[in-house]
Design a protein around this ligand. Structure first.
Ligand code: FBP
Length: 552
């Protein structure tokens, strides 16, 4: 395999463990904390998880290891979208598994949860693991989005576990995957299979966090990667002074990624979906808000700017989410075929007009035609519009252009508006993990094995105090049921981990809110530059602005 110079250098990097895990496996013991209860719907969650509910929070501390020695055969899967650092979770897990007993085994099930069902696996050894240390990507075993949730699937997993003598399964995933980890843990406990299940918090979206989990891994590197490029674009904009750049950033629903990039780069505009929903903003009012910045800057002679748009924004605009719901109804069942069979867009437009309420049709009518058509493109397996396929960066620039034309006609604006569009998502998901993510992920994996060794199941590997240096990080575990509540999913009440949206009274948003009016008019850009892997700690080991503000 040909290696880049950075890849070779990163192989040599030693990820930092929390101080308390540095003593060696034989010197790590457990401090048992308080019993837990779920964040809401306690009676319902307790009834659904009789074997795993209400367990205690635990922390690892220095002291003699009191776990009962036994041969461990651990299976691991990566689940969902890629996030930088996933390889290091596997490496940390592997190192702890082998440091405890070299006869222990770590199996990697390939292609995500489906690997467990199809019994498609590899057994890790030093030679293979060493190819992936401190590198980005999930290609060590691949990932997938199959949901592990049915009794039938659990029975197959139990058979696969029995065949390999698995003592534990580690699921590295987001809120849905860890919800499934909790359900699987309960099933394994209820059926006395002896298989423990441990989760690790992953997602670049940053929405798997709560009072216990300070950050999901991958958010740090992905946002730094996007911020680097947004900063470069800002500098280009400020040099050429002729374009408005509309930059969409990933984040399926929550706007944490957009907010973090805004805190890093101080653009002229950043939309926050959660605020749009709270203020019930319409497409038109959002377009006016952006047009105000364009017009004020133009009045100062600045016909350029940068606007950050979160990927999930349209679902937060009340009138747009109603429109999406109506379209989902309109195309339900066989009606999709009927719609697709219509000869041209004019015929399809009539079909839509007859099917939507007058209010939704009014919203639909103001959309540029390419967005109208995107709303009728591919559907997800549940028949829903895939909002990530809607080019909201182009939608908003088109709406702003219309607003500016109206203002020009009214004589209230006399600038130039040339828009360019970008979408940053996949560019950041497999970047070489920052030192923070490399350290955090390795620690999560190492710690996951500590939880296994001490017999815990239904726990999320927890490493906290993350805004401090790694030697002050705290390692332990939290029952996943503590993070759960009941939510309506596909017409049914289901126990799920509560997703963390941007808190409008939280410190990161408050900081942004206090500065954004100035940023909207001035050119206050900051240029974070590329992630640094080698050099002084104040440059290389920086956490996100979000985490720093939350913990300030
Ligand atoms: P996870 O929730 O699985 O971590 O994935 C998040 C994400 O990266 C979103 O930001 C994005 O909308 C989505 O995955 C894209 O999914 P896909 O890789 O299937 O195109």
């Amino acid at each position: 395999m040909d290696l880049s110079a950075l890849q070779k250098a990163r192989y040599e990097y030693s990820p930092k463990l929390p101080g308390m895990l540095r003593n060696g496996i034989s010197d790590i013991c457990v401090k048992v904390g308080e019993a837990t209860s779920s964040v809401a719907d306690q009676d319902k969650i307790k009834a659904l998880f009789p074997n795993t509910y209400g367990k205690e929070e635990i922390t690892f501390v220095k002291g003699s290891n009191t776990s009962t020695p036994k041969k461990q055969v651990v299976g691991v899967i990566l689940s969902g979208g890629q996030a930088p650092g996933g390889h290091n979770v596997v490496c940390g897990l592997y190192d702890a598994v082998k440091a405890t007993d070299k006869n222990n085994v770590l199996l990697g099930f390939k292609g995500g949860p489906s690997g467990l069902i199809e019994d498609d696996y590899i057994e890790f050894d030093d030679e293979y693991i060493n190819l992936f240390r401190n590198t980005g990507g999930f290609d060590i075993i691949g990932s997938g989005r199959t949901k592990l949730e049915t009794e039938e699937q659990f029975k197959i997993v139990t058979e696969v576990a029995k065949k390999h003598g698995l003592t534990a399964i580690v699921i590295i995933g987001g809120d849905d995957s860890n919800t499934n980890a909790a359900v699987l843990a309960e099933y394994m406990a209820a059926n006395n299979t002896g298989v423990q299940v441990i989760g690790c918090p992953k997602t670049i979206d940053g929405d798997l966090k709560n009072e216990d989990i300070e950050a999901s891994f991958g958010f740090d590197t992905a946002t730094k990667t996007y911020s680097e490029v947004i900063g470069n674009i800002e500098r280009d904009a400020n040099s050429a002074k002729k374009y408005w750049h509309f930059v969409k950033v990933m984040g399926r629903s929550a706007s944490h990624v957009a907010l973090e990039c805004a805190l890093e780069t101080q653009p002229n505009i950043c939309l926050i979906g959660e605020e749009v929903a709270a203020k019930k903003m319409s497409l038109s009012s959002i377009a006016d808000y952006i047009a105000d910045s364009v017009a004020k800057r133009a009045a100062n002679g600045d016909n350029f700017g940068v606007a950050i748009i979160p990927e999930g924004i349209v679902e937060f605009v009340p009138e747009f989410s109603t429109l999406i719901k109506e379209i989902n109804e309109l195309l339900a069942g066989k009606k999709t075929e009927e719609f697709n069979a219509l000869p041209d867009w004019a015929a399809k437009y009539d079909f839509i007009k007859n099917g939507l309420t007058a209010e939704s049709m009014a919203v639909f009518a103001i959309l540029p035609e390419f967005v109208q058509q995107q709303l009728f493109l591919e559907r997800d397996p549940h028949g829903n519009v895939q909002v990530s396929l809607i080019e909201s960066e182009k939608l908003f620039s088109a709406l702003v252009k219309d607003k500016l034309a109206e203002r020009k006609a009214a004589g209230t604006y006399n600038g130039k508006f040339n828009a360019l569009h970008h979408f940053f998502g996949y560019e950041g998901r497999c970047a070489f993990p920052s030192n923070f993510d490399a350290d955090y992920c390795y620690s999560l994996g190492y710690n996951a094995f500590m939880l296994i060794q001490y017999g815990y199941t239904g726990y999320l590997s927890k490493v906290s105090n993350l805004s401090k240096t790694a030697d002050e990080w705290v390692a332990g575990g939290m029952p996943i049921t503590k993070m759960m509540n009941m939510e309506r999913r596909n017409g049914e009440d289901k126990p799920v981990i509560r997703k963390a949206l941007v808190e409008l009274d939280g410190k990161p948003f408050k900081f942004f809110e206090a500065h954004r009016d100035a940023w909207a008019v001035e050119t206050a850009y900051t240029y974070p530059g590329a992630i640094q892997y080698f050099g002084p700690a104040e440059v290389c080991d920086l956490t996100t602005r979000t985490l720093a503000l939350e913990k300030a």
